[in-house]
Design a protein around this ligand. Structure first.
Ligand SMILES: [Zn+2]
Length: 664
């Protein structure tokens, strides 16, 4: 955390540290914003709101200029014992800030985009895992778990006082473990009803009964799993609680993130790092895959997934290489596969790029997960990478498969740490007399190296691969620009209202008013385009609550402009992608999401009171009915005097741009 504070201090022009909340133990949760702080603008700054957002109002802080650029969220250590994600976050921060001055590509994304990097979502779990040597996945809670009036009085205990909570193994006729023949430092778990002639063992974390209630570790600091506390798919089908916590966002950590995402609608990419396995989950885990729009599926799999597999060096599915033959692959799968979702897609998801939802059994993976929440509710290309796979991330690591692959890998990994780390990552087993369980041994992997990238070269390799992948994703972000804006004086008049226009279809005819006067009748033509690879929203993104379609404003002093044609802001729909989406040929659904008429509140009208009916089109902004990545928008306005005019195009995720209009 010192590191990110230093980064913010050293690079004030491109980095800003924000505290988004505090953990239960009072540790701050930080987000480092990386973006050129001198570029960017937001609609707040340009359109006077009736109630301006104010500093200090926690729920609606004023928008910062960097919120007017496409946003990219990256976080680690939601699970406290998975610190490799934190390392990758710090690596990415380093690459961005140190590359800014020297690498043009990095300079460009830092100028035009915004990274929100939260290295430790769960600072308490991370602290305990690293500093106290306890492997703590969950957050911390000050809670009396065992109801004895004392809080957190019976957690794990460092019995041999070596600074780590490793394991205690002891002979036990009911034990489920035996000692490995090849490497007696390893204990092997038996199958459920597996018979053995060997001595059975039980294995527990280093722990004793601290409060004399006959139980060990029943009131520790350990709280809830934060990646089950998000408000998507949290409830079971029967309406009962399925996720963790008393209610979704009950933990201060998840609450802080939910509030941050709600206030930072510019986030279009999100990565929630976990360990381990060396693969990436794309949505969904709480519901079947067909809740995703087919276009998003194509973006996730054929664009991002393909690149990811290339980076980690795994085989890309045939169907992704030949998206034009998807229907053929679907036919083939009908014969081969029992996975109905795979058949509908035309391919099985590969090991390296998958969903956590169990497609063959049609069963959800879990409840209340961050990635699903970000995609479903905020319209974000969210993913969760399970970092670290020794077999892939250690150079020349032996490959195993078959029934005993798992134990073979364990042996090889232990041998690797003997050779490369002088055995320092594993505590050798030593005799210990447990106060309740008697004779046994204490030893095992130091928890922070378990399921995390080993330090040095392997970790560096993991960091580099995932930096490359997020850099690739940054390159997909939309980029909304005003490519041209023209204002042309048609004539001048003394009275704004005598100027007139009549419209027939797209044809606008102007009726000239009388001689020269104080009003200029001006025709404004603006060309807007998305230059980025992806559209400004995911397929259904603009329809989600809190999201909106892209709009363009013509702004000037409001009492000096009369709009003759076009409304002060016009709705643009979703500015579409410039790249071809492989494997998708569906409708252009980012066309305006149903012609939305301004919803009028039903007012109480006394009986007999005359109700004046306004023609429909007098309410609400004009909808520009064009599709694709480009729009051409026109206004006809009467302007009094020389009031300055501005064009502001604002897209939640595609960025906000402003251009001053010069009147010709
Ligand atoms: Zn995890």
């Amino acid at each position: 955390m010192k590191y990110i504070k230093n980064v913010a201090k050293t690079y004030p022009n491109i980095a800003k540290l924000i505290e988004i909340g505090k953990s239960n133990m009072g540790r701050p949760i930080y987000v480092l914003v990386i973006s050129n702080m001198k570029t960017g603008t937001t609609i707040d700054k340009l359109v006077k709101l009736r109630n301006m957002r104010k500093e200090g109002v926690k729920n609606v802080p004023p928008m910062k200029p960097y919120q007017g650029k496409p946003g990219h969220w990256i976080c680690g250590s939601t699970h406290g014992n998975e610190h490799t994600g934190t390392e990758v976050c710090l690596y990415i921060i380093d690459k961005l800030v140190s590359g800014y001055g020297s690498d043009l590509k990095i300079k460009q994304i830092v100028d035009d985009q915004t990274f929100y990097i939260c290295p430790a979502v769960n600072p308490d779990g991370l602290f305990n895992s690293i500093e106290k040597g306890i492997s703590q996945r969950a957050n911390s809670m000050k809670k009396d778990d065992d109801g004895d009036g004392k809080v957190n009085e019976d957690g794990f205990d460092d019995l041999n006082r070596d600074g780590y909570i490793t394991q205690f193994r002891y002979k036990d006729q009911k034990g489920r473990y035996v000692i490995d023949d090849v490497d007696p430092r390893l204990t092997v778990r038996l199958g459920r009803n597996e018979e053995t002639k060997k001595q059975r063992y039980s294995v527990i974390m280093e722990d004793k009964d601290n409060d004399g209630d006959g139980k060990r570790g029943e009131d520790s600091e350990r709280g809830i799993d934060l990646n089950r506390n998000f408000p998507e798919g949290w409830f079971k089908e029967d309406g009962m609680a399925g996720g963790s916590g008393d209610y979704p966002t009950s933990s201060p950590e998840v609450h802080a993130i939910a509030e941050f995402f709600t206030n930072h609608r510019n986030i279009l990419m999100a990565q929630f790092y976990h360990t381990s396995g060396g693969f990436t989950f794309r949505p969904l885990g709480t519901a079947p895959h067909n809740k995703l729009h087919p276009k998003d599926v194509a973006v996730f799999d054929m664009i991002m997934g393909k690149k990811y597999l290339e980076i980690i060096g795994e085989e890309v599915p045939e169907a992704w290489k030949k998206p034009e033959s998807l229907s053929k692959f679907k036919e083939e799968l009908k014969e081969k596969s029992k996975n109905k979702y795979a058949i509908a897609r035309g391919y099985e998801l590969p090991r390296g790029w998958r969903v956590s939802y169990n497609e063959t059994r049609d069963r959800r993976y879990a409840y209340g997960m961050a990635m699903d929440w970000a995609y479903m509710q905020y319209g974000i290309y969210s993913i969760t990478t399970e970092l670290w796979n020794p077999q892939k991330d250690i150079k020349d690591f032996p490959q195993f498969d078959g029934a005993d692959a798992r134990i073979q890998r364990e042996r090889a990994l232990l041998k690797y740490q003997d050779e490369k780390y002088g055995g320092k990552l594993f505590v050798p087993w030593k005799k210990f007399k447990h106060p309740e369980l008697g004779e046994g041994e204490i030893g095992g992997w130091i928890p922070k190296y378990r399921s995390n990238a080993l330090p040095g070269e392997p970790l560096l390799g993991v960091c580099e691969k995932h930096w490359q992948f997020e850099l690739f994703r940054a390159g997909l972000q939309p980029e909304v620009v005003i490519s041209d804006a023209k204002a042309r004086v048609l004539y001048t008049t003394n009275n704004a209202n005598t100027a007139g226009v009549s419209q027939k279809g797209d044809q606008v005819t102007i009726k000239k008013g009388k001689s020269k006067g104080r009003y200029k009748i001006i025709e404004v033509t603006v060309k807007i385009e998305n230059k980025g690879k992806l559209a400004t929203h995911i397929a259904r993104g603009a329809q989600l609550a809190g999201n909106r379609e892209d709009v363009v404003w013509l702004i000037g002093e409001r009492d000096k402009i009369t709009f003759l044609q076009g409304t002060p802001f016009q709705k643009l729909g979703v500015l579409e992608e410039t790249m071809k989406i492989p494997g998708y040929s569906g409708p252009s659904f980012s066309a305006p999401p149903q012609q939305q008429r301004m919803q009028r509140m039903r007012r109480y009208v006394p009986p007999g009171f005359p109700v004046r009916r306004w023609p429909r089109q007098m309410f609400g902004p004009k909808q520009v009915k064009q599709t694709g990545p480009k729009r051409e928008v026109k206004w006809l306005i009467a302007v009094e005097g020389n009031t300055p005019l501005k064009i502001v195009v604002t897209s939640q995720k595609g960025g906000t741009k402003v251009k001053n209009l010069s009147i010709q």
